[in-house]
Design a protein around this ligand. Sequence first.
Ligand code: NAP
Length: 281
Amino acid sequence: MNIGILGLGLIGGSLGLDLRSQGYHVLGVSRRESTCERAVALGSVDEASVDISLLAKAEVVFICTPIGLIIPTFKQLIAHLPSNTVITDVGSVKAPIVNAIAPLWANFIGGHPMAGTADSGIEAAMRNLFKNKPYVLTPLASTPTATMTVVEKIVRDLGATLHHCSPEDHDRAVSWISHLPVMVSASLIAACMSETDQNLLQLAQKFASSGFRDTSRVGGGNPELGVMMARYNRTALLNSLQQYRHNLDKLMNLIEQEDWAALEQQLQSNQKARPEFVDGC
Ligand code: NAP
């Protein structure tokens, strides 16, 4: 089967590596010629071009551009495709994308692989990025079963764990576990950087170890991705941030009042809750 990938960066390049190793013929299109050449050299794609018409030969196309470009590139893409081509995307936000594309292309299904690193671009592409990671599909009642089946098979071939939900539920759920953590982690780094004593700041930087590495990772990643999450999932993210602020205030109150018993109770309940989110990651 010919699979097309539009946007050869971290996600598109990684998809290509794994799909080729599963025996698919992968056609890649990206904005820059140098990226296309690199994607072929790294083994992410069999053929690559900056000319979107290369994807006319694909039976399934994954749109892997930055979120803000998914709808515009989809509109360019469909001028070159027969109507039976299956299209899916990997955008981190689903409702605005699915609501814009589904009415224009019957064989479309939204998707979101819950996997990534702090790096971006074709050089960041890696094998097995999606293995044992959740991969969410967001079909609508109107999505043809055949379209869903084709994409489900490819997702399983990546070794990912398949999930289904509505685009709106997806956006509210990822707001809690993906978009909120990016903003919290970003404000953690910003708070540390607000230390005005340069000696202290340098000491903190020298002492930072695995705990700070873990908690700052998502906030110190690709800025473009963070802005896109906020812009396209604004309502859900603001709701999560409000709740986060409320919880932070609660913790501050407990510390101000030196209510160590209540603080311990809260931390114990967090310790109990965490495995429900991260066991199996
Ligand atoms: P990325 O590494 O920056 O890759 C995006 C690539 O798209 C760029 O390398 C760029 O390639 C290409 N591109 C830009 N404009 C284009 C255009 N007009 N036509 C064709 N290609 C174009 O970003 P990413 O992290 O892979 O994210 C891609 C998508 O995956 C986003 O929609 C994001 O929401 C989603 N996603 C990201 C993660 C994550 O953690 N990173 C996780 C799950 C889903 P050139 O080098 O040719 O400019």
